[in-house]
Design a protein around this ligand. Sequence first.
Ligand code: DGL
Length: 278
Amino acid sequence: MTNNDTIPGPIGIFDSGYGGLSVFREIAARLPQYDYIYFGDNARTPYGIRSFDTIYKYTLECVRHLFDMGCHLVILACNTASAKALRTIQQHDLPVYGPGYRVLGVIRPTTELVGRISHSKHVGIMATSGTVQSNSYVVEINRFFPGVQVFQQACPMWVPLVENNEHDGPGADYFVQKYVQALLQQSPDIDTIILGCTHYPLMLQKIRTFVPPHIQLIAQGTIVAERLEDYLLRHSEIDALCSKGGEYIFYTTESTETFDQKARYFYGGEVRSRHFEL
Ligand code: DGL
């Protein structure tokens, strides 16, 4: 163990770009006392359309930067990275760093709960193509709730709609209806839909207009924040490695001007980012 391994540092929040800010805003609202570094890999976004090898390589690189900045705990606030890179990082890469380093994702907190939320035990997942292909939601939900049937729908046009601020307009209707119908056609008994992508909470109202009212729509931010609080309470040794000064730093691997302009929609407040050169 080196000195750095025992000096408390910020909690790292990683995403492929802006989307993780929709998760971070809930984490910061629930746990404002911690220091945080948000790291958005906007230069290489989107991750949702990329291969396993690429997502793993990019995610690991960014996690290492966060460790180098003093973080001991990193949250992959990105479904695609959680689906495709988390397990390999936990099993293959983290052991090299030692016991004081942890990486957690956003899929498990929701999958731990969903079997108790759904009455029909038919659950829908809407996510990027990468997350759907990984089958992570299906595997995780079946681990906790073997009796739950999971139906998935990739929604590749939704991230671009949000990123171009077109998600509330009439142009979005076609693709929202198309993917919702494609999901619901898989089972008429779906009563719960997980919005398994960081961008989709911004489209919640639009998605709601095409989803029958008896179906619950689950956004992850508040669930992830609750589970993180619980995790830190249960793991006092990790909590002791998370500094508590209330300082929030934002990095983007792309232009800070563009990041700051778009970030406010996801974060719900002003952001002044710094550039990180990859
Ligand atoms: N953050 C990603 C996710 O939650 C969406 C954006 C991307 O594809 O990079 O899956």
